[in-house]
Design a protein around this ligand. Structure first.
Ligand code: ADP
Length: 410
């Protein structure tokens, strides 16, 4: 009696999920039912309560490999007659095939086998009965010897493959290091170039501003307005160049940092006193929640710059009636100082961008706040040079909290 493929169940044993899924798809398309197991142990458990008409098994698998699984199957009376196909990519030696034959396997396929060949192999196996168990059964000791020979051989091959892979990784690492050195050199020459250009531009610009200022004092009317505009643009260009030069000097190490142990309480108080007037003049509430602080390891001038810049930004981007709050918290390895404002906030998509040079969240054309977009870039560089980090939490329309982490003194 012929039974339809839908009643034929095939057990696919493979630890590689992709491989077993592929076989499942091919076999299901032919109308077969497929049961899957990830290793010999799982497959034996399945065979305890499910009847299958064919087993297709990989060899190299964790927990129980294909050889041991095949031997277990062929040694059990109720399972021995199930046709058994080995389907392997790693055991490709004639001796592996010999061992498989000795165990009673019916077919030995080496991956990858074209789909039509795979299907006809499965069909062929299902048509003919399983090979009768080998007449000369492999004795336990002979089996163990052959099995360990094959496994050791495979192990040696795998070690060799690993060694080769390691060599390749080493080579790649060397290439990456060399590329990194090149990139650093490029970055250094780019920084030096910007620095030189900024210096070169400053001199003629000082002349332009100087003459514009002289002229402003000497003329009046419409012309005076134009000259004043020239002077104003000149000054903001000068500010931009100074900002670039300051950043480059830190980046190039021309302005060195002196990391020392100090308690920042006094400095925080000074900063607070300095910016309070600015906050008040904008109609803001400036709250200092900082009291006792632990000592940190940092460069004093850059600490001052970082905090002042963040507070000034908080004030600048918070409309009157709002609040800017300063608070601090000791965290593992760091002192975290936060500047929180109830201002305009920063859109999610702008939050990374604003730390890159010359980037401002506001559209250039509709911008209402002054600034050159270098403050946060310098702040981030300084924090990095101090061995710290910065984080930002912000909700557009609600406010922002910038938190800087300074390393605690040992
Ligand atoms: P600048 O203030 O000179 O433009 P920054 O680098 O300090 O440059 O800031 C970059 C941009 O990040 C600002 O133009 C602004 O769009 C945004 N930003 C910075 N701080 C805040 C803040 N507290 N609230 C809202 N936006 C901010």
């Amino acid at each position: 009696m012929n039974i339809g493929p839908s009643l034929v169940r095939i057990l696919v044993v493979d630890d590689n999920l992709y491989e077993s899924k592929l076989q499942e798809e091919i076999l299901s398309e032919q109308g077969y039912q497929v049961v899957k197991a990830a290793n010999g142990r799982e497959a034996l458990d399945i065979l305890e309560h499910e009847k299958v008409s064919l087993i297709v098994s990989d060899i190299l698998m964790p927990e129980m490999d294909g050889f041991t699984f095949c031997r277990e199957v062929k040694q059990r009376e109720n399972l021995a007659s199930i046709p058994f196909i080995f389907y392997t990519a790693s055991y490709v030696d004639e001796k592996d095939k010999e061992l498989a034959g000795g165990l009673g396997a019916d077919l030995y396929l080496i991956k990858p086998v074209p789909m039509d060949e795979y299907i006809s192999a499965v069909k062929g196996m299902l048509e003919k009965k399983a090979a009768s168990p080998p007449e000369e059964k492999l004795e336990e000791s002979a089996y163990l010897q052959k099995y360990s020979e094959r496994v050791v051989k495979k192990l040696e091959e795998k070690i060799l493959e690993l060694e080769q892979a390691y060599q390749i990784i080493q080579k790649e690492k060397e290439n990456l290091l060399a590329a990194n050195v090149k990139l650093m050199e490029l970055d250094r020459s780019r920084t030096a170039f910007f620095s030189r250009i900024s210096h070169e531009l400053k001199t003629p610009l000082a002349g332009i501003i100087g003459y514009a200022d002289i002229l402003t004092a000497e003329i009046s009317g419409e012309q005076k307005k134009y000259i004043e505009e020239i002077s104003r643009y000149g000054h903001s260009l000068d500010k931009l160049l100074s900002g670039i030069m300051e950043y480059m000097d830190y980046a190039e190490g021309k302005t060195p940092l002196y990391l020392e142990k100090f308690n920042p309480e006094e400095m925080v108080r000074q900063i607070y006193d300095q910016v309070t007037t600015l906050a008040k003049s904008k109609g803001l509430q400036f709250q200092n929640n900082i009291s006792a602080l632990p000592a940190i390891q940092a460069d004093r001038p850059s600490f001052l710059k970082i905090l002042t810049n963040l507070i000034q930004n908080g004030i600048k981007f918070t409309p009157s009636g709002g609040t800017v709050t300063l608070s601090a918290e000791k965290q593992p390895g760091y002192l975290a100082i936060s500047v929180a404002d109830t201002g305009i906030g920063i859109r999610q998509e702008d939050q990374k961008r604003i730390f890159a040079g010359f980037e401002q969240a506001e559209d250039y054309l509709t911008r209402t706040h002054g600034g050159i977009g270098l403050g946060l870039t310098l702040t981030q560089k300084l924090i990095e040079l101090n061995g710290g980090k910065i984080s930002l939490q912000s909700e557009f329309g609600k406010g922002s909290t910038f938190t800087v982490f300074f390393p605690l003194a040992e």
